[in-house]
Write a protein of this length. Structure first.
Length: 462
């Protein structure tokens, strides 16, 4: 009988090497007692702003003269955030950060994740997702996924960059993102049927690996396989149509647009993100809905134009104002991301689960509304990176409250931060410190402001 630890260290993943090797390494480390779970960060950017009423716990006003830190326990979350309710003890809602140096109206482009001015169309420096990926790289250092219903380009350079002039492509077609991650597991010519049968190529390796482990290691294998099966189930119905010849005109190419509606694309990209994280292929994922510039439709939720919705224009079919439609949009995105979090929570890791070492960063690429000046940029964090971030709290930096009437005759309460408030760069610097990469500032650049406004936030760091 081969000793358990020796087997786990020496096991080969065979034909499924790319997908299973990170898993085998984690199992071996767990058996040796040397497992140090990696930190994971998921970014989700969405267009058309993050309205204050979509962030504030119900009954709480926007304005405040001083920093507020209030426990979330007992507070009712707004509809936009209801899908995260099960994780409220791991959540921090942040109001009052500034991004007025980014000119974010209609989307700040690369500035949304870099905090660098004049970055709407061109990458001027490293984005925060790339900085984190560089600090804790995976097999795939950074996975960037786009949600761009109605757009034809399979990739887009819009949010992330390794450095100035080095943008990172977002995969906007789920089937191509899927193939780029899992296509080496025996798939032939990228055919639809071979994608549907992905696990068949892994079956022997998985069966052998599973038979040699027990307890938490077996649970880890099962969670890994389940994540991949979630992807193959999505291909099931289309696979049947392929087998019947209905999709013959696409063979042997991948189908051009298997997911067309925004809702379908977001769901597919979230399945891909979960599988990549659970399988250990990557530690950092960015999902950008609208490609940092209103470059998607909201099909599946509404047929009204995205720009009109951002102006509050009513949807005649839903009989809702544009702002109410945007609340449904954010609620839908949160619901899909909550599915990813539940998959991580169901996957054992060390003495806990993968969710224990993860944080989701949920924010808009245009601060608090479509034509925002960036003087209030709300964020929601879900997860605490193994206790390195404070959680279960609402944090608001000083805000002046005023009534905004934009587009349709409907006023909203919005907030404006004073120049003494920290910038969104400070939150990004906080994340770097939380993963163990100590920094005093993030992308201060040539800004003539106090470095502390770009440094770590003591209200968030544990």
């Amino acid at each position: 009988m081969i000793p358990r630890r020796k087997f786990l260290k020496g096991v080969s993943a065979g034909a499924s090497g790319l997908v299973l090797s990170p898993l085998v390494q984690r199992i071996a480390a767990a058996a040796d007692g040397t497992l140090t779970p990696p930190k994971r960060v998921i970014f989700c950017l969405f267009d058309n702003g993050f309205h204050e009423e979509g962030v504030q716990p119900e009954g709480m006003g926007v304005g405040t003269d001083a920093v507020r830190q209030i426990p979330l326990a007992g507070l009712k979350l707004p509809s936009d955030l209801e899908p995260f309710a099960a994780f409220r003890d791991r959540m921090t809602i942040v109001q009052g950060l500034r991004g007025d140096h980014l000119s974010p109206a209609h989307g700040a482009g690369f500035g949304a994740l870099s905090g660098l001015a004049l970055s709407r169309e061109q990458a001027k420096g490293m984005s925060i997702d790339a900085a984190i990926a560089r600090a804790m790289p995976g097999v795939i250092p950074l996975l960037v996924l786009g949600v761009a219903a109605g757009q034809s380009n399979p990739t887009a350079f819009v949010s992330s960059a390794w450095a100035g002039g080095r943008p990172i492509a977002a995969q906007c077609r789920p089937e191509l993102a899927y193939e780029s991650l899992f296509g080496s597991v025996g798939a032939k010519q990228n055919t639809f049927a071979s994608r549907q049968k992905l696990l068949d190529f892994m079956h022997g390796d998985v069966k052998r690996l599973r038979s040699q482990v027990a307890g938490p290691e077996r649970e880890l294998v099962d969670s890994h396989v389940e994540a991949l099966e979630t992807l193959t189930r999505r291909e099931g119905e289309l696979g049947k149509r392929f087998a019947s010849g209905e999709l013959a005109r696409f063979a042997p190419q991948l189908p051009r647009n298997p997911a067309e509606k925004m809702t379908e694309i977001m769901a597919a990209q979230c399945d891909i993100a979960a599988a990549a994280l659970v399988s250990g292929l990557t530690n950092v994922v960015t999902i950008t809905s609208g490609l940092c510039g209103l470059k998607t439709t909201y099909t599946g939720l509404t047929n009204t134009g995205v720009h009109l919705i951002g102006h509050g224009t009513p949807d005649p079919e839903l009989k809702l104002t544009g702002y109410q439609v945007l609340s449904k949009y954010r609620h839908y995105l949160a619901g899909q991301l909550a599915r990813v979090l539940r998959k991580l929570q169901a996957t054992p890791e060390g003495a806990g689960t993968m969710l224990d070492n993860t944080v989701l960063v949920f924010t808009s690429d245009s601060a608090n509304w479509q034509h925002s000046r960036g003087d209030n940029w709300p964020f929601v964090l879900v997860g605490n990176l193994g206790g390195r971030l404070k959680s279960g709290q609402f944090v608001s930096y000083p805000l002046k409250s005023y009534r905004l009437q934009f587009g349709v005759p409907e006023q909203r309460e919005v907030g404006a931060a004073p120049k003494s408030n920290p910038t969104i760069n400070a939150l990004y610097c906080t994340l770097l410190n939380a993963i163990g990469h100590q920094r005093d500032t993030f992308n201060l650049g040539g800004m003539r402001e106090a470095p502390a406004l770009y440094g770590p936030l003591r209200e968030l760091l544990a």
